[in-house]
Each structure stands twice: as structure tokens, then as C-alpha cells.
Design a protein around this ligand. Structure first.
Ligand SMILES: Cc1ncc(COP(=O)(O)O)c(C=O)c1O
Length: 413
């Protein structure tokens, strides 16, 4: 049980300080209990608790949308607010359908995801997602989805520092899916620009460019799910910026307001917004979609304060500056007990362990529990330890994090 949090630390129920190696759940990018965010939330709660987002609006929502479009890739000047990453994903998929319909191509209804992809837990998200466990209890999901193959090959990419230099050719499988289904049936491709929840897999150099080219060639929309990578995680505002590939839409949440109040946002290119809006009859609702808590005033206030803090403290740049130190530190575990691969980019890292024979996940789970007892919070998926500290982490805390992890691995059988 966690009972309090400040800056880089949680307080456990038994009063111990625990170093946050995961930014909560990939979300508290500014660290915990930051005063400007706390004050903005308190002030907004007293000023106006809630305003309906249908028919009505409130100025801070527009201020936030404008602020976000300043840091988003060129041409991405429209933002739709949601309450989570899952809602952002389902919103983006619906927008893709609405866009093609407005564009006179209503046969484009198919979505392409990727094996190992995680796009939240809505029906849209699990359908394009590629994690069997998240799908198997839930029937047929969205009809007509298909999946790109995964790009990871440990023999070729294992222990890469930063982006693997091989593997981009896996994107060419999209041409095969286009040949199979025909481009006229495909609405959008959705991928995480860095595979987070499945265990931190860094996209090979050139892969996203290739996807962009193939999507452009066939009139298919490209959606980046930046729920984890958005707001500084890779040392840039978005992965789109880091990798110089501009998608048609980006789904975000988590770091938007540093995890303080549930909130997500879908960024869309002007052409998508304009096509949908222009197709609607005057005075009619353009997109029949929205949530009671879209642009909730308290979430918006937290987001404005978080974005200001990111800027004032240069946290995205800080993540980029710390990345080489982080890389050296994580790769120093190469010879640690059980380690079979290490992956990193920006301030994110994955340490993959050899599973215990016949007992997948057990070893990593032991590491998770032991590290917590020693004062470090890590996250595990399968036998992979995922690390994504708040962007305010110091070099001393990076050293502390990996020292605890090394000791923990040494003690784990
Ligand atoms: C890439 C990605 N998309 C979507 C989601 C779902 O976000 P949420 O849990 O806020 O619904 C996540 C959550 O981890 C994610 O990593």
C-alpha cells in the first residue's frame, strides 16, 4: 500500500520511503506532489468544479488545446479531450472512420494494429491491441481488424543501446496486409512508437518512416499511440518529434497532467478536423462523440500547470540530457544475474530476465517484491522489468535505482 508521495518518492503504509522507478504507472512525469500543480487543482476546485462540455465550454480548455498544439508536430492543431488512454484510442479510431466517411470513402473501416501492441482496454483498444491475455475473455471484438507482425528479434537487436539499427523491414508487412485486404477497406494503422506495456521494446530506426510511407501511398491514416511516449518520456515532447515522423493522429493521456487527474487528449491533423467539420450540415453536431468529463475543469487546470512546469523546468530537455547517463547505468546490468536483454531510449528502460523453467513471470515478480522491500518501485510485465522514472530524477537517484536492482537480482534465484 502506498499512502503518500512527494517528488521522487512514495511513502509506504509502513512509513518507508520508496524511490519511484516507474513515474507511478508511466504518468507522473513531473514527479509527485508538485506545488504548482497542487495549487492549480485546489484553486480550480474552488473556482468552478465542473462545466458541461456539450454546447458549453470554459476558457481554460481552449487555452490548454492551444498550448498543446504549440508543442505538437506541424499541422496538428486540434485536440479532443478524453479521460484516459483507452478513451483516447477509441476516440481516434472513431475519428478515423468519421474522416473517411466524410471524405467519401466509407468502405475504409478496417483497423491494423500490431502484435504485442497495447492500446488500453476499450473494445477498440483490445481489438487493435496485440496481447492475447487482454483479448481472450472478450469474444470477437471489433470485426475486421488485423495485425502487423512484431519487429523484435533478440538475436539481432539484443542489448541495443537506444534504437536498434536492424528490424525496420518488419514495417513492410503492411504492404502484404494491404494486398490481402485492399487499401480501400483500411481506415488506419495504429502503433505505439515505443512498445511500453508489453515490456519496453524500442522501435528500430527507420521503421516508423516506412510505415508512414506505406500509409501515405495507400491513403491510410497513421495513428501513434503516445499515451506513454507523450510529454517527454523519450526526451522530446512526443515520439513523433524524436523520430521525425508525423502521424495523422496521436493519442495521449498519462503525462498530460503528470498523472494527477484522469485525462487524455487526441491530437489530430487539420485535414482530419476540417474534413469532418466541413461535412456536417450547419448547426449540426459534427462528431457524435464525447464524454461528460471531457475537458473537466480540474483536469484542465492540472494539465495547464503540468505543461507550464515541464516548460519552466525544461523537463523534456532534461530527459534528453540524462538519457546517455541512464543508458550507461542500465546497460551496466548486462552481467547481472538472469539478465538476457536490456533496452532503453530517453528515460525508459527494460531489463529482460531469463524465466524460471516452467514458471514464467515468477522471477520478475520476486524482483518486484524484493526491490520494493529495499525501497525501489519497479514494474514488471512477464519476465521484463520496466523502468520509467519521473523526469526529475537525479544522477544520484539513477545510481541508487540500479544499485538496488543489481543487489536484488543478485539475491534472486
Ligand atoms: C500505449 C497505451 N495506450 C493506451 C493505454 C491505456 O491508457 P489508460 O489506462 O489510461 O486507459 C496505455 C496504458 O498504459 C498505453 O500504454
Amino acid at each position: 500500500m502506498l499512502v503518500a508521495a512527494k517528488d521522487m518518492h512514495y511513502t509506504s503504509h509502513d512509513g518507508r520511503q520508496v524511490l519511484d522507478g516507474t513515474a507511478g504507472l508511466w504518468c507522473c512525469n513531473a514527479g509527485h506532489g508538485r506545488q504548482p500543480i497542487v495549487e492549480a487543482i485546489q484553486k480550480q476546485a474552488a473556482l468552478m468544479d465542473y462545466a458541461p462540455p456539450f454546447q458549453m465550454g470554459h476558457p481554460a480548455a481552449f487555452e490548454l488545446a492551444n498550448r498543446l498544439s504549440e508543442i505538437s508536430p506541424d499541422g496538428m492543431n486540434h485536440v479532443f479531450f478524453t479521460n484516459s488512454g483507452s478513451e483516447s484510442v477509441d476516440t481516434a479510431l472513431k475519428m478515423a472512420l468519421a474522416y473517411h466517411k466524410a471524405n467519401g470513402e466509407s468502405s475504409r473501416t478496417r483497423f491494423i494494429g500490431r502484435e504485442k501492441g497495447y492500446h488500453g482496454v476499450g473494445f477498440g483498444g483490445i481489438s487493435v491491441g496485440g496481447l492475447g491475455n487482454n483479448r481472450k475473455q472478450y469474444g470477437n471484438q471489433l470485426p475486421g481488424t488485423d495485425h502487423l507482425p512484431f519487429f523484435y528479434d533478440r538475436n539481432k537487436q539484443g542489448f541495443s543501446k537506444g534504437e536498434p539499427t536492424s528490424g525496420a523491414e518488419a514495417a513492410e508487412a503492411l504492404e502484404q496486409l494491404v494486398a490481402l485486404h485492399d487499401a480501400s477497406t483500411i481506415a488506419a494503422v495504429i502503433v505505439e512508437p515505443m512498445v511500453g506495456s508489453a515490456g519496453v521494446y524500442i522501435t528500430p530506426t527507420g521503421y516508423l518512416q516506412k510505415l508512414r510511407e506505406i500509409c501515405d501511398k495507400h491513403g491510410i491514416l497513421l495513428i501513434f499511440d503516445e499515451v506513454i511516449t507523450g510529454f517527454g518520456r523519450l526526451g522530446a515532447a512526443f515520439a513523433a518529434e524524436k523520430y521525425s515522423v508525423t502521424p495523422d493522429m496521436m493519442t495521449t493521456a498519462k503525462g498530460l497532467n503528470s498523472g494527477t487527474v484522469p485525462m487524455g487528449a487526441v491530437f489530430v491533423q487539420d485535414k482530419i478536423y476540417n474534413t469532418i467539420v466541413d461535412a456536417a450540415a450547419e448547426n449540426m453536431i459534427e462528431l457524435f462523440h464525447g464524454y461528460t468529463y471531457s475537458a473537466h475543469p480540474i483536469a484542465v487546470a492540472a494539465a495547464l500547470a503540468s505543461q507550464k512546469l515541464y516548460k519552466d523546468e525544461g523537463l523534456f530537455e532534461r530527459a534528453a540530457e540524462l538519457a546517455p547517463y541512464w543508458q550507461d547505468a542500465i546497460h551496466s546490468l548486462k552481467d547481472a544475474n538472469h539478465v538476457v536483454d536490456i533496452r532503453n531510449s530517453g528515460l525508459v528502460g527494460g531489463v529482460e530476465l531469463e524465466p524460471r523453467p516452467g514458471k514464467p513471470t515468477a522471477r520478475a515478480y520476486d524482483v518486484f517484491v524484493k526491490a520494493y522491500e529495499k525501497g525501489l518501485l519497479v514494474r514488471t510485465t512477464g519476465d521484463i522489468i520496466a523502468l520509467s522514472p519521473p523526469l526529475i530524477i537525479s544522477k544520484e537517484q539513477i545510481d541508487e535505482l540500479f544499485s538496488i536492482l543489481r543487489d536484488t537480482l543478485a539475491e534472486t534465484n
